[in-house]
Design a protein around this ligand. Structure first.
Ligand code: URA
Length: 426
């Protein structure tokens, strides 16, 4: 078996044998196959795709490149919720505690952000003292106690994905449905929860820009999950505009807490209830309608917030933030943008706002870049709102970047307005 034959087969759209896929995944992970050959194969996949059997085989080989967790020490049904990444997406911090407070165990391993999309681990690390690097035994202990814990992915889970994802980022081969599926599903299958709920984001702020592409990825991930013997469901949710009003790490933790306090309703709350209801239904807690009511009640009663608070404290963090969000780190500098005339907000480009927030220090351009937990953007509107002249549109925050000009222009240009004093569009 050799890599040139494998590249040529995929280049000619001839399906690979399972052994060939295992050969290339193991060879690349061990450093026996060079980056240039692997990049050539990845590009051939981008152009010609893989069939379902090849995609499952790739997913399985990537899962088996490292540890597969044994969650039998958890005292009940385990459920994992995954989002394919977006701007302002703090749903894991809300959905996990809701499901846990309704009797489902949610052990979660998350990653850091790269580019315009944020990472749950970066968000949690903005909480003073919160440890994301717990040993498995401590992680499992917290899940058994509160029903919920989030830690960072350990080095032993899916090392193949780590290497291949970095190469995809550097070789223009991220946007392939079978490669995205194998990357996400290998990590989900290595975590090994009984139930997998996938939230596939669709729109300008997501990897999948159209509903058709998002549904294709969702269906493929469901088929791979089923083939692996999991109860798996994938829902497609909108990421054309950012989720909620806050973008940035500490700012998103604050907004997640405010949702669990029952203070923030709207699109973010609705999507979290939808995701939580799906998790509860898959876990056998009743019909979708009953599960929706359970999820709503978990927020209303404060039970979900109590789960988050206890989990934060068990992970070494300051749980008092759940009662007083002003204890989260605050930015040194802020810059307000106001409407220069009466306008209606037609649309908001989530990717551009994510990039503006990255310029303020909330994200990374390169793996390993330091991030500023206080940096980000708070929006004062949603698409469709009418804003009067001089009313605030958004506030930009940062501790290390005192010159807001570049980020402010990018953030402003992310909005499409209709001028209400004339019919001009800007
Ligand atoms: N998230 C992942 O983990 N992998 C991808 O390929 C895309 C999004």
């Amino acid at each position: 078996m050799n890599m040139i034959d494998i590249i040529n087969k995929t280049k000619r759209a001839i399906p690979l044998e399972d052994e060939e896929i295992v050969f290339l995944v193991n060879g690349y992970t061990k450093g026996e196959i060079p980056d240039y050959q692997m990049s050539a194969w990845l590009m051939a996949v981008c152009l010609n795709g893989l069939n379902d059997r090849e995609t499952f085989s790739l997913t399985r080989a990537m899962r088996d490149s490292g540890d597969v967790l044994d969650l039998s020490c958890i005292n009940g049904v385990t459920a994992d919720k995954h989002s394919s990444g977006g701007v302002g997406d703090k749903t894991s911090l809300i959905v996990g505690p809701i499901a846990a407070s309704c009797g489902v165990y949610v052990p979660k391993m998350s990653g850091r952000g790269l580019g315009h999309t944020g990472g749950t681990i970066d968000k949690l690390e903005s909480i003073s003292g919160y440890r994301t690097d717990l040993p498995f035994e401590d992680f499992a202990g917290i899940v058994n106690k509160t029903g919920f814990s989030i830690i960072s992915q350990s080095g032993e889970l899916c090392p193949a994905d780590k290497k291949i994802y970095a190469l995809r980022n550097a070789s223009g081969t991220v946007d392939s449905i079978p490669l995205i599926c194998a990357s996400i599903m290998s990590k989900k299958l290595a975590l090994n929860a009984d139930i997998i709920l996938l939230d596939v984001k669709c729109g300008s702020g997501a990897f999948m820009k159209t509903n058709l592409e998002a549904r294709k990825l969702a269906d493929l991930m469901e088929r791979v999950g089923d083939a692996a013997g999991k109860k798996c469901r994938a829902v497609v949710t909108d990421m054309d505009s950012p989720l909620g009003f806050c973008i940035g790490n500490a700012l998103e933790v604050k907004e997640a807490i405010e949702v669990l306090q029952g203070k923030v309703k709207g699109r973010l709350y609705d999507i979290c209830i939808e995701l939580a209801a799906n998790l509860l239904e898959l876990s056998g807690k009743g019909t979708y309608g009953k599960c929706t009511a359970m999820a709503e009640e978990a927020v209303k009663s404060g039970r979900a917030l109590a789960v988050l608070k206890e989990t934060i404290e068990l992970q070494g963090g300051d749980g008092r933030i759940c009662d007083d969000v002003s204890l989260l780190p605050q930015a040194r500098f802020k810059h307000e943008i106001r409407a220069s005339r009466d306008v209606e907000i037609l649309s908001v480009n989530a990717e551009e706002l994510g990039m503006a927030s990255l310029l303020l220090g909330a994200g990374r351009l390169e793996k390993g870049d330091e991030i500023d937990p206080t940096a980000g953007i708070v929006l004062e509107f949603e698409a469709g709102d009418k804003i009067s002249m001089d009313a605030p549109l958004m506030t930009l925050y940062s501790t290390y970047c005192s010159d807001f000009s570049e980020a402010a222009i990018r953030a402003y240009n992310a909005i499409t307005f209709r001028d209400l004093t004339s019919s001009a569009l800007t």
